[in-house]
Design a protein around this ligand. Structure first.
Ligand SMILES: O=C(O)CCC(=O)C(=O)O
Ligand SMILES: [Fe+2]
Length: 218
């Protein structure tokens, strides 16, 4: 399937997994891109993540609230410069609550969102199929995309393989996965370089922000 062939309507991709295209207007996208740039600065800035097998993740990452490392959460950058992780900003807490209500309806009470993982994808970056399973809570994961368009593969909770659904995530899109889909495998097989056209202050590459409830003691 090629870029721009995929539907752009709001859709429930799997039970509890909701895609809302164009959820963030351009001003909010610009605000988030600028904020990500600030969060990326050292100390506790953007870093390359090394996996226990000796590999490196191709997407570079900065964390807020708690520091994620393969595979757990810490208060400091235990696999980097050792600095305390930056605080989880109110802006992202508000966005997470809004996103949960957008996905599941105004009657839904959002959890206490306290972690953000910001991933930066350059031209060759991708992310293999994985589950977000280091949290101690099962509140939905909220994902916001900025900049270049990617192919997002959303699968099932049993295995990395089929069945899965491919979705195009563009700048401003919201994707929320909770309920039966909270621990589903997902990944980013591909980013289309230049597809974001620099419109929201991202000259190149893709940013994804996932907002999570850690379930860890404050
Ligand atoms: O970049 C994305 O859209 C997904 C990121 C992701 O799965 C993660 O940070 O765990
Ligand atoms: Fe993930």
């Amino acid at each position: 399937m090629e870029l721009f062939d995929l539907p752009r309507e709001r859709a429930e991709i799997a039970p509890g997994a909701v895609h809302v295209p164009g959820w963030l207007d351009p001003d909010r996208q610009r605000e988030l891109v600028a904020a990500c740039r600030e969060w990326s600065r050292p100390p506790a800035g953007l870093r390359t993540v090394r996996t226990p097998g000796g590999g490196e993740m191709t997407a570079r990452q900065v964390c807020l609230g708690r520091h994620w490392y393969p595979y757990g959460y810490a208060r400091t950058v235990v696999d980097g410069d050792g600095a305390p992780v930056k605080p989880f900003p109110d802006l992202l807490g508000r966005l997470a609550r809004e996103a949960v209500r957008e996905a599941y309806g105004p009657g839904r009470t959002p959890g206490a969102y306290d972690i953000a993982l910001v991933n930066y994808y350059g031209e060759q970056a991708h992310m293999g199929m994985h589950r977000d399973s280091d949290e101690r809570a099962d509140e939905p994961v909220v994902s916001l995309s900025l900049g270049d368009t990617c192919l997002f593969r959303f699968g099932n909770a049993e295995s990395r393989g089929r069945p899965y659904t491919d979705v195009e995530l563009r700048s401003g899109d919201l994707f929320v996965f909770g309920g039966p889909s909270r621990f589903a495998y997902h990944g980013v097989p591909k980013v289309w370089p230049g597809s974001g056209s620099g419109a929201v202050g991202m000259e190149r590459g893709r940013l994804n922000i996932t907002l999570r409830v850690s379930g860890l003691p404050g």
